[in-house]
Design a protein around this ligand. Structure first.
Ligand code: GLU
Length: 475
């Protein structure tokens, strides 16, 4: 049997990093088993669902490299893939349940419902105890009421038994008999609820495995009832552990950026994001950290999921980004830097060869392309960074000698840049002729030429700094 796994987002906002992780796991599992990965859009909340969010989510998934085999934008044999386009089917199935005595129209008004809930609360009974007023109402009478225009919902008749299943992550799960009552499957506005249409679709679309967050575990109880009513085979479920922030609370906006769009805009690399997300709740059999998720193949298995919640830590994501950034070609990194800077920035005024050389030098200094901004002054700002070490190096008695010598040397230069060899020659002269050695030579030359006590490889920095800037520093 072909493995079929879906990701079923609701297009009510941008793609959450937790949703992206679920999508990634679903995708990787389908790939590991030579199966299909399907995108289904759960847009039954007509007020909150927006086509622009659907498009943004699909765009973000594609950016991450999580590409579906079937979905609303590319079709497939099991469509339509938007729930809003499958309404008639849900209604027909709900009414089939009604005809078969598995569900019933319920005419409780919201006021009545509230009253009954209060009553249940007062008796410390489960609120759903009283929701079954119309459970055994005659269907004929019910249909008359409906024809007369009375508002109603369709409730599913909880058969009242213990429900259990074996979760691929959490093991054996049992739900107590009275956990839920007769729950609504079709609202008074005619819209089906998530627990109902999700199961109808997972069944009709032939899903074999369902990956989703642990917070959906309790929904599975209602869903098992629907599977039974449909006479459908229950897929394998994998409820993956929750993503939490550093305070161990469910990851939310107050922990910082939580949408994939934000990470894309901040210039993160998709390979780094998927690599990090993959390890939030799953571990690589070789215990390696840095890997291309697309190369996992059969290594991706549910047996390596962790039951405990996974802590999302942006510092770790930054580390992953740094590792992935360094793997890129210098010319690609150069373009990444260029995109983060204004078109008329000094960096963007330089030619491609300069930018590529710069990228080769600076890639070890950044975690994100945007970090490059803070490193530009060493190349383009004639001023000095007068920290304590700078002041100390400037005060050494050999430093003015170095400065005088270098001033004479650069005065004769008319090219825009000098070579690393040129810097080497100057330093040799200072060492041999002026007998300046060790730290006074290296740091002394550095403060004179770069205006800073520290920085990347001196010769390369100087070779990448416009001579006009160096002249200003020496004067
Ligand atoms: N639309 C649901 C959600 O976004 C899907 C849950 C599921 O995968 O069953 O949470």
């Amino acid at each position: 049997m072909t493995v079929r796994v879906r990701f079923a987002p609701s297009p009510t906002g941008y793609l959450h990093i937790g949703g992206a992780r679920t999508a990634l796991y679903s995708y990787l599992f389908a790939k590991a088993r030579g199966g299909k990965y399907i995108l289904r859009v759960e847009d039954t909340d007509l007020e909150r669902s927006k086509r622009e969010f659907e498009e943004a989510q699909i765009g973000d998934l594609k950016w991450l490299g999580i590409t579906h085999d079937e979905g609303p934008d590319c079709g497939g044999d099991f469509g339509p893939y938007r729930q809003s386009e499958r309404m008639q089917m849900y209604k027909d199935i709900a009414w089939d349940f009604v005809e078969r005595g598995l569900a019933y129209p319920c005419f409780l008004s919201s006021e009545e419902l509230e009253e009954l809930t209060e009553k249940a609360n007062a008796e410390k009974a489960a609120p759903h105890k009283y929701h079954g007023k119309y459970r055994d109402f005659s269907l004929e009478e019910a249909k008359k009421k409906i024809e007369a225009g009375e508002e109603y919902v369709i409730r599913f008749k909880n058969p009242g038994k213990k429900w259990e299943f074996t979760d691929l992550v959490r093991g054996h799960v049992t739900f107590p008999e009275d956990m839920v009552g007769d729950f609504v499957i079709i609202r008074s506005n005619g819209m089906p609820v998530y627990n109902f249409c999700c199961v109808v679709d997972d069944h009709k679309m032939g899903m074999t495995h369902v990956f989703r967050a642990e917070e959906h575990l309790n929904n599975t109880c209602r869903q098992l009832m629907i599977y039974e009513a449909l006479g459908a085979e229950v897929p394998e479920f994998a409820h993956v552990s929750l993503l939490v922030g550093e305070d161990r609370q469910k990851l939310s906006k107050r922990h910082g950026a939580t949408s994939v769009t934000q990470y894309k805009e901040m210039g993160y690399l998709p390979e780094a994001v998927t690599n990090y997300l993959c390890l939030l709740g799953w571990s690589h059999p070789d215990e390696t950290d840095i890997f291309d998720v697309n190369e996992l193949g059969e290594l991706f298995d549910y047996k390596r999921f962790s039951k405990s919640s996974a802590m999302y830590d942006i510092k770790k994501l930054n580390f992953f980004n740094e590792q992935w950034l360094r793997k890129l070609d210098d010319s690609v990194i150069a373009r990444g830097f260029a995109n983060e800077l204004e078109a008329d920035s000094e960096y963007n005024k330089q030619d491609q060869a300069w930018q590529t050389k710069f990228a080769g030098l600076m890639k070890e200094k950044v975690q994100l392309f945007s970090d490059i901004k803070e490193h530009l002054p060493i190349f383009f700002d004639a001023g000095a960074d007068e920290d304590d070490q700078y002041k100390e190096a400037i005060s050494w008695e050999t430093t003015p000698q170095i400065k005088e010598y270098l001033k004479e040397q650069v005065a004769a230069i008319s090219s825009e840049f000098i070579s690393e060899d040129q810097v080497g020659e100057w330093m040799n002269y200072l060492k041999k002729e002026l007998k300046i050695k060790g730290k006074p030579l290296f740091m002394g030359t550095r403060v004179c030429l770069t205006g800073r006590a520290h920085g990347p490889d001196l010769k390369t920095v100087v070779a990448l700094t416009p001579i006009s800037i160096i002249k200003q520093r020496l004067n």
